[in-house]
Design a protein around this ligand. Sequence first.
Ligand SMILES: NC(=O)c1ccc[n+]([C@@H]2O[C@H](COP(=O)([O-])OP(=O)(O)OC[C@H]3O[C@@H](n4cnc5c(N)ncnc54)[C@H](O)[C@@H]3O)[C@@H](O)[C@H]2O)c1
Length: 130
Amino acid sequence: MKLEGKTTFVTGGRGGIGRAIVARFLNEGATVYSADLSAGGSLDRNDEDGSHFVRLDVTIEDECIAAMNRVQNEVGRLDVLVNAAGIEIEKTIEETTLDEWNRSFAVNVTGTFLTSTKIADSETLPYSPR
Ligand SMILES: NC(=O)c1ccc[n+]([C@@H]2O[C@H](COP(=O)([O-])OP(=O)(O)OC[C@H]3O[C@@H](n4cnc5c(N)ncnc54)[C@H](O)[C@@H]3O)[C@@H](O)[C@H]2O)c1
């Protein structure tokens, strides 16, 4: 139980990679917050896995701040943040629209910035990526 007593937060926690990380962290004894757009996430089902589900769009700053406040209020600390939320454009560059391109950057790049600064970055939390 390598993560006993640790609090972890996994974005994209109801997707393929994120759900696998959530399962491993739970097996290692962590308290796990699993954040995603919906409880089903990409897999379109809602497995009760023992994690705390957080409905979160990583591109929205206020939602990231609310998620941080929830972790602070419920546990008071965060030890591990995993940014597994992401989208892939399954098209060639010629077929990709500007809206799709911008959405990809919003989720994959800006979303990672927001969660890393708003969720993990707080004086009350022991870990900060800075
Ligand atoms: N699976 C692979 O082999 C692989 C390889 C290389 C890169 N990737 C990338 O890693 C990321 C995760 O891969 P995956 O296979 O788990 O994908 P996935 O689609 O199964 O899971 C991604 C999860 O992120 C969630 N998500 C999307 N936008 C979000 C947002 N704005 N806020 C919060 N959650 C959001 C989705 O609902 C989904 O549950 C993707 O960006 C993917 O392109 C995957």
